[in-house]
Write a protein that binds this ligand. Structure first.
Ligand code: SAM
Length: 337
C-alpha cells in the first residue's frame, strides 16, 4: 500500500505527461487546431485528414487522443470533431493569445536538447555555453530560426507581458531601451500601457534586421531599432533599460559587466528593469523557476536567481536602490541610479 501512490504517480508522468505534450504539439504542427477554428464547424476525421494531407488512421487516432485530453471535442460518438474554447484561444496559431510558436520551439528544439540533460548535470558539461559559442550563435543560424525563436519568446508576453509592464509605474520613463528585445513583444505591451513612451529595441544586427521585417508594422512608429552587441557597443541613451530574460542567459561576471555598462549609461534617477522568474530566497520554489533554471543549465551559461542574488549583481554594478515586484509568472526588479 505504501508503494501504491508513487507507482501510480510515476506511471502518470511516464505514460501521460510526455505523450500528452507530444500529441498536443503534433496536432498543432499539422494545423488541426487552426483548421477547426477557421472552419468553425464539426468535421469528420477523413475530411480533416484529407485537408491536412495526413493518413486516415493516423489522424483518427490523433483526434481521438486529443478528445481524451480535452483539447478537442467529438459529437455523434466518434464521427464529428470540433475545436474547444481552449484550443481556439491557445493552440491555434491565428489566435492573439496563441502559444503555437512556444509549443513549436519546445517540440523542435527544447525536446531534442533535453536528451542531453544528464550530460549538462554531469561533469561533461553543456552543449552550448562553452567559451567558443553561445546559444545565440547556435540557434540563430538563419532568418527563419531567429523568427521562430522570437515568435516563441513573444508567446509568453501575449499572456503575461501586460502584468509585468504594470508591476511598476513606468510612466516617468518616456524613453525606454529594451536590450535583447528581439520580437518586440514586451515593447508592444509597454507602448500600449504608457501612451508617452517610445521603446528602442537594441539587439544583434541580424536579429534587428529580421525583427524590422516581421514584428512591427509601419504604424508602430513608437518602436525603433538599434543594432549592436550589448557587451561591446555604445548603449543608446534612455531613461529606462529593460533586460527581460537576458540575465538568466549569462554567468554572474557577464551580468555585472552588462549592468555596469547600463549604470554608466543611466542618467541620475534612470533605471534598469530586470524581468525574470525569481527563485524564492530559500530556493524552495517556485517550481517554474527551478524548471527554467534546468533549461538554462542545458542551454546557456546562466541560471535563475534569488532576490539577494539579483541585489548582489545590481549593487556590484553601482545601483543603490533595488525593488522587486512578484507577478504572475515573470517577476520585475527595478534598480534606480
Ligand atoms: N527580451 C526578449 C524576451 O524576453 O522576449 C528576448 C530574450 S532572448 C532569451 C535573448 C535576446 O538577447 C535575443 O533576442 C538575442 O538576440 C539577444 N542577445 C543575445 N546576445 C546579445 C548581445 N551580445 N547583444 C545584444 N543582444 C543580444
Amino acid at each position: 500500500a505504501d508503494h501504491k501512490q508513487p507507482v501510480s504517480f510515476i506511471q502518470v508522468i511516464c505514460n501521460y505527461y510526455i505523450p500528452f505534450l507530444k500529441v498536443m504539439f503534433t496536432a498543432a504542427e499539422l494545423g488541426v487546431f487552426d483548421l477547426l477554428l477557421e472552419s468553425g464547424k464539426l468535421m469528420p476525421s477523413t475530411t480533416i485528414a484529407e485537408r491536412l494531407g495526413t493518413s486516415f488512421t493516423g489522424m483518427e487516432r490523433l483526434l481521438d487522443t486529443c478528445v481524451g485530453l480535452k483539447l478537442l471535442r467529438v459529437e455523434r460518438t466518434g464521427t464529428l470533431y470540433g475545436s474547444t474554447e481552449f484550443s481556439n484561444l491557445y493552440l491555434a496559431e491565428s489566435s492573439p493569445k496563441s502559444q503555437y510558436h512556444h509549443m513549436m520551439f519546445f517540440s523542435e528544439i527544447t525536446f531534442l536538447n533535453l536528451n542531453y540533460l544528464t550530460d549538462a548535470v554531469s561533469p561533461v558539461g553543456k552543449i552550448y555555453g562553452d567559451s567558443s559559442s553561445n546559444l545565440f550563435d547556435v540557434i540563430f543560424r538563419s532568418e527563419g530560426e531567429m523568427k521562430r525563436f522570437s515568435h516563441s519568446m513573444n508567446s509568453n508576453w501575449h499572456l503575461c507581458g501586460r502584468d509585468v509592464m504594470a508591476a511598476f509605474n513606468l510612466s516617468h520613463f518616456p524613453l525606454i531601451c529594451d536590450l535583447g528585445g528581439s520580437g518586440c513583444g514586451l515593447a508592444k505591451e509597454c507602448i500600449a500601457l504608457y501612451p508617452n513612451s517610445t521603446v528602442t529595441i537594441f539587439d544583434l544586427p541580424n536579429v534587428v534586421e529580421m525583427a524590422k521585417k516581421h514584428f512591427v508594422s509601419p504604424e508602430e512608429h513608437r518602436i525603433t531599432f538599434h543594432e549592436g552587441d550589448f557587451f561591446k557597443d555604445p548603449i543608446p541613451e534612455a531613461d529606462l533599460y529593460i533586460l527581460a530574460r537576458i540575465l538568466h542567459d549569462w554567468d554572474d561576471e557577464k551580468c555585472v559587466q552588462l549592468l555596469t555598462r547600463l549604470h554608466k549609461a543611466c542618467k541620475p534617477g534612470g533605471g534598469v528593469l530586470v524581468v525574470e522568474v525569481v527563485l524564492n530566497e530559500d530556493r524552495s520554489g517556485p517550481l517554474e523557476a527551478h524548471l527554467q533554471s534546468m533549461l538554462m543549465l542545458l542551454l546557456t551559461e546562466g541560471k535563475e536567481r534569488t532576490p539577494s542574488e539579483y541585489n548582489a549583481l545590481f549593487s556590484a554594478a553601482g545601483f543603490k536602490e533595488v525593488q522587486l515586484k512578484k507577478c504572475q509568472l515573470y517577476d520585475a526588479i527595478l534598480g534606480r541610479k
